[in-house]
Design a binder for this molecule. Structure first.
Ligand SMILES: C[S@@+](CC[C@H](N)C(=O)[O-])C[C@H]1O[C@@H](n2cnc3c(N)ncnc32)[C@H](O)[C@@H]1O
Length: 284
């Protein structure tokens, strides 16, 4: 397949700076930001914008001003993506960074819109991954996804699509505080906002099963907070859930092993001999 060459010198680098202000910014992110002509930043913390303005020569544009009460989030995301595309295609084309918190592709719609628009115009896009809040939440919970796997959904998407849950698999729900709307609002939630979510979870979990609402530290001086929320009492999320929380629902029971033959095989040398060629060490 031939890749068409870009028509301008426009380039975009999408950079995630991690979850704790700029403390988790990688050397890769730092090197990328030192090499761009302009930084377009969508981040809730003004200290992050101050830091970026102090540390990099390129001008920094704050994109958080595109949010407004009752405005569809989708519209904001399109405006953000358009601002980045316009900046990259200005004049003969520039190298522009789009900077976000966490991982820049984890629930970041503007990143996907930028990727799509750039592909249409054959503008190269590089991605610099950052530490997601999922990484920090897993660290806070001392959680390992290996033994029992993990499921995760955006809370609204779970309700819209009615994914089948499995109460033996750990579950992580994103954006619980904004469940059931695509409009932006800063107003306080009502307890009833969480009724549909509670009813759906009750199909799979007992009412007294305890979920954990987790906030990872997002400033260097703050600490992680974990609050118990029984499945039958989701209404309390109105008081405690913010845009910086993930709801973790632990398994009710551990899934039993059903393949007893394989279970015996995984620790058997004879079984390993059937899986590998001992005469060849090339993958070793
Ligand atoms: C729009 S998404 C962006 C996620 C971000 N790109 C990332 O990788 O962490 C925002 C959601 O991430 C989760 N989140 C963000 N910061 C968090 C934190 N400090 N602790 C727990 N969850 C957080 C919440 O579920 C929130 O609704």
């Amino acid at each position: 397949m031939t890749v068409p060459s870009p028509s301008t010198s426009a380039r975009i680098t999408i950079v995630g700076i991690g979850t704790v202000s700029v403390m988790q910014m990688t050397k890769e992110a730092d090197a990328a930001l030192a090499n761009v002509d302009a930084l377009y930043v969508l981040h809730a913390q003004s200290i992050v914008l101050d830091y970026l303005r102090r540390h990099y020569d390129a001008p920094v544009t704050d994109l958080s001003v595109t949010y407004a009460e009752d405005k569809p989030r989708r519209q904001t995301y399109h405006e953000v993506a358009q601002a980045v595309m316009d900046a990259a295609t200005e004049g003969a084309g520039r190298h522009v960074a789009y900077v976000t918190s966490g991982h820049p592709l984890v629930l970041v719609t503007p990143s996907q819109l930028i990727l799509k628009a750039a592909e249409k115009r054959t503008i190269p896009v590089a991605i610099v991954p950052g530490l997601s809040s999922l990484d920090t939440v897993w660290a806070d919970l001392r959680f390992d996804p290996g033994p029992d796997g993990a499921m995760m959904f955006d809370a609204t998407s779970l309700l819209l699509r009615r994914y089948t849950l499995d109460s033996t698999v750990p579950l992580f729900l994103w954006q619980v505080n904004t469940v059931e709307t695509s409009l932006f609002s800063t107003h306080k939630n009502r307890p009833e906002r969480f009724t549909r979510l509670q009813e759906y979870l009750l199909r799979f979990y007992p009412a007294d099963h305890v979920a954990k609402l987790v906030h990872s530290a997002s400033f260097p001086i703050s600490r992680a907070e974990v609050r118990d929320v029984p499945i039958g009492e989701m209404g309390i999320l109105a008081e405690i859930a913010t845009s910086q929380h993930i709801l973790y629902v632990p398994p009710v029971v551990r899934r039993q092993i059903v393949d007893m033959e394989l279970s015996a095989g995984v620790s058997s040398v004879a079984h390993l001999d059937r899986l590998i060629d001992r005469g060849d060490t090339s993958t070793g």
